[in-house]
Write a protein that binds this ligand. Structure first.
Ligand code: T4K
Length: 365
């Protein structure tokens, strides 16, 4: 069996078959159907907010969020280089300009301290990423937003189900988006969720995902960002299994933590106090710079263990973004560049956790 870095968490196929048949028989396949609405309702209950909408992927949700929640007459959106390309692509698709700043020391996210020096009269929004589902300094960003009037738009692509002191991380900032792609902790095959603190902006977003149609009238810019009934069905059924799967994935996380505790070359990730994680990624820092991570990835792949260097290549190092605006040094992000390895984590890996950890250790030697 190939052990991949992550794999979709799916409901039993028989349950999907039954619901798919109902959808088939109804002949209603998309455009805010019954299954879409049920999933939306269940997620509103789970996140304890009615200010969310579903979308056909996380990238489109983020484009919409930036388009709607960023200050309209200003151009710059301050963000992180330590993320997936979709974060900065979304800023550009929303007709804004990304400005990269460093992540904070000892974490994976940009911080109010690294962002503040980059704020100027053209700053339209701040776009932090809760990288691997680990929360940014939400209290600090909320204070920075209050002080400057600049909206915070969170890329919470990895953060489905994450809570901080019992509150869902999704309902933070002016807007926040989650990815429900197949590789995420919870999935709708492809999909996304968008949160807006302002109900008017939420209505604008929903209309935006439906060609800009508001009450039958096209009165704004739109695109097709709707989540189909079949995609929503995978989510609706999968949601029932979500919390049990978090428990199983946490076993793998804690097993790895203990396994690597005394290994000098491997620095594991500390979960901050008060955070309930979804355990969708297991990032470790390989401290010893003499170890070639690409070689480690290759050795493990030869054993059918697929690891990933998410997000070891900073966006600012990629050809497409290398001439983008950067403010300050990127020393902390650069220190992580080519040092982070995400190990396989999934609820079905509990029986394989010792094998995986042992092979990772062997590949590091
Ligand atoms: N913001 C951030 C911070 C993000 O990380 C992302 C996406 C977004 C925004 C945008 O959200 P979406 O528009 O995607 O909703 C993956 C995902 O495609 C992407 O969703 C994700 N972030 C990114 C971090 O990772 P790849 O290129 O690594 O995927 P791939 O196909 O190589 O799959 C990774 C592993 O998962 C493989 O080992 C195989 C396994 N896998 C994958 C798929 C698709 C399966 O077992 N089954 C599957 O169906 O990008």
């Amino acid at each position: 069996m190939k052990i991949t870095v992550n794999r979709p968490s799916l409901p039993p196929y028989s349950e999907f078959e039954e619901l798919a048949k109902e959808i088939w028989d109804s002949s209603y396949l998309t455009n805010f159907g019954t299954v879409h609405n049920k999933l939306l309702h269940n997620l509103e209950f789970m996140f304890r907010t009615e200010n969310i909408a579903l979308c056909n992927n996380g990238t489109n949700a983020l484009i919409g969020a930036v388009k709607i929640a960023a200050l309209p007459k200003k151009k710059k959106v301050i963000t992180t280089p330590f993320t997936f390309a979709a974060t900065a692509h979304s800023i550009l698709w929303a007709d804004k300009q990304p400005v990269f700043v460093d992540i904070g020391k000892g974490g994976f996210c940009i911080s109010p301290e690294t962002v503040e020096p980059a704020i100027d009269s053209d700053t339209s929004a701040i776009l932090p990423v809760h990288c691997y589902g680990l929360p940014c300094d939400i209290a600090g960003f909320s204070e920075l937003s209050r002080k400057t009037g600049i909206p915070i738009i969170y890329d919470a692509a990895h953060a489905f189900g994450v809570e901080v002191n019992g509150k869902s991380l999704v309902s933070e900032g002016s807007a926040s988006i989650v990815s429900t792609h197949a590789t995420k902790a919870f999935n709708t095959v492809e999909g996304g969720i968008a949160y807006f603190s302002d109900e008017k902006q939420l209505r604008q977003f929903t209309a935006m995902t439906n060609f800009g149609i508001n009450g039958g009238v096209t009165d704004q810019l739109g695109f097709n960002g709707k989540l189909s009934e079949l995609h929503a069905a995978v989510g609706l059924l999968g949601l029932k299994y979500f919390s049990q799967r978090v428990v199983e994935r946490s076993k793998v996380w804690h097993y790895y933590d203990e396994f690597f505790a005394d290994i000098d070359t491997v620095e594991t990730t500390v979960i901050p106090h008060g955070v309930s994680l979804n355990y969708a990624y297991y990032p470790v820092k390989i401290v010893d710079r003499n170890i070639d991570l690409d070689e480690v990835v290759r050795k493990l792949a030869a054993k059918d263990i697929i690891t990933r260097k998410y997000f070891s290549e900073l966006l600012t190092e990629m050809p497409f973004f290398k001439d983008s605006l950067t403010v300050g040094t990127l020393d902390n992000a650069t220190a992580l560049s080519n040092r982070i390895l995400c190990l396989p984590i999934h609820e079905s890996y509990v029986p394989h956790q010792d094998f995986i950890a042992t092979e990772v250790l062997a590949a590091l030697k």
